[in-house]
Design a protein around this ligand. Structure first.
Ligand code: EPS
Length: 403
């Protein structure tokens, strides 16, 4: 079992992570973690905070000579902005007058936070509910990403749409119809998306999206979008139908729905398949180079809660950022009068960053299911189990059915 725990407030001193349960001897460098943190900060349309921060992880424990020890890994990411918040975020009482926030933003956790935790200042809710936490989550999940790489599994992502602007040729359809090269790698896909300021795969679409973000900015408004996260090199057989909480797709659903601002998740052709005939919705079984395969991948790489060996395709919808510079109506809790919601520095669009966070989420689930299936206290042991299983998989099917 692997575990990940994050701590830290958005404008506190630092974000911290503890990751536990990974085998020893996984190569892991600070550069690898920092690169994922850098990718999470990218994207046209982000707010002022990203100009202040250059997120970097300090490795406090669990790694020696660039390899994991099998012990808990502790990471620390300093918030550079903390210097501007020492008084409002002080651990001790302060003499200075600190602004008390009384105007909740619709769509954020402000109102529910103060009522649930009995606070008299919305700042107390803002700090932990902020998507800043995802920096810690991404940093922690790099271990999962690095672990998967050792098995030839890569996880990548791209932005499918922002503000309802889709590409002319939708790459997601190509993935679902299995019209991709045999050596398809999710890593290469991510590298391609990283070349775009909004992490899309189409140049025309990129231009249109940037124009739409500029319009949103001018209007003091925000935008959301759809992200696609893909994993390639997946072995057959991760997850199980034997019990509902062992299903791989169920675990993916949970992990994605826990990302800030995600309001919908689908695996494979998901919502579209609900509108189709069964004959147009399922993936025919074929023999490809003497190996059992599928004509299409509308199931998104999972059938019966178990990985099919084809790429895992997850699509998720991110709602627009809740903080608006031209705010909508709310109630000032100190007067109980209707008022425009509070303006607070924020992003106009964070969909590109969300796709990178989605990679972290999918990598985490896959690492968890890989370790559940193949076990091992050291990377070498896990690899031996993996190899042994893969080598015998098709021989077993042939032996059981085909004489
Ligand atoms: C974020 C840091 C935040 C926001 C954003 C995500 O910085 P600040 O609040 O200091 O400007 O940019 O958070 C939200 C959009 C949100 O609604 O919580 C980050 O590091 O990703």
């Amino acid at each position: 079992m692997i575990r990940l725990l994050t701590a830290g407030e958005s404008h506190g001193k630092a974000l911290s992570v503890i990751i536990e349960g990974f085998p020893s001897n996984i190569p892991l460098s600070k550069e690898f973690i920092d690169n994922q943190l850098r990718r999470r900060q990218m994207g046209y349309g982000r707010g002022g905070r990203m100009k202040i921060e250059t997120d970097q992880a300090e490795i406090l424990s669990g790694v020696r000579f660039v390899k994991t020890l099998g012990s808990p890994i502790a990471l620390n990411i300093i918030n550079s902005d903390w210097e501007n918040w020492t008084t409002p975020m002080s651990h001790t009482k302060v003499k200075e007058k600190v602004e008390k926030i009384t105007v909740p933003r619709p769509g954020h956790a402000d109102l529910r936070g103060i009522s649930k935790y009995n606070f008299n200042d919305i700042r107390n809710s803002i700090e932990r509910s902020s998507a800043r936490e995802t920096a810690a989550r991404v940093a922690g999940s790099t271990i999962a990403k690095r672990f998967l790489e050792e098995f030839g599994i890569s996880v990548g992502s791209y932005v499918e749409s922002i503000g309802n602007i889709y590409p002319k040729n939708n790459f997601t359809e190509k993935l679902l119809e299995n019209n991709i090269r045999k050596d398809f790698s999710a890593q290469k896909l991510a590298d391609q998306a990283d070349q775009s300021e909004v992490r899309v795969l189409d140049k025309e679409q990129e231009k249109k999206i940037i124009r739409k973000i500029q319009t949103a900015k001018k209007r003091g408004d925000t935008l959301g979008g759809n992200i696609v996260v893909v994993a390639s090199g997946i072995p057959v057989g991760l997850g199980s139908y034997m019990h509902f909480d062992r299903k791989l797709d169920a675990a993916i659903g949970f992990e994605f729905m826990s990302i800030n601002a995600i309001k919908g998740v689908e695996i494979g052709s998901g919502f579209t398949s609900a509108d189709l005939f069964g004959s147009k919705s399922h993936d025919e079984i074929i023999l490809k180079e003497n190996i059992l395969s599928r004509k299409s991948n509308r199931a998104g790489g999972i059938e019966g809660g178990i990985s099919t060996g084809l790429p895992i395709i997850v699509r998720a919808a991110m709602k627009p950022i809740a903080t608006l510079m031209q705010p909508i109506q709310t109630i000032d809790l100190s007067t109980m009068k209707s008022i425009k919601a509070r303006r607070e520095r924020s992003d106009f669009v964070a969909v590109p960053a969300c796709a990178v966070i989605g990679e972290a989420a999918l990598a985490w689930v896959l690492a968890k299911f890989m370790l559940e299936k193949f076990g091992g206290d050291s990377l070498e042991e896990t690899k031996e189990n993996f190899k042994n299983y893969n080598n015998k998989l098709f021989t077993r099917i042939r032996k059981n059915f085909f004489n």
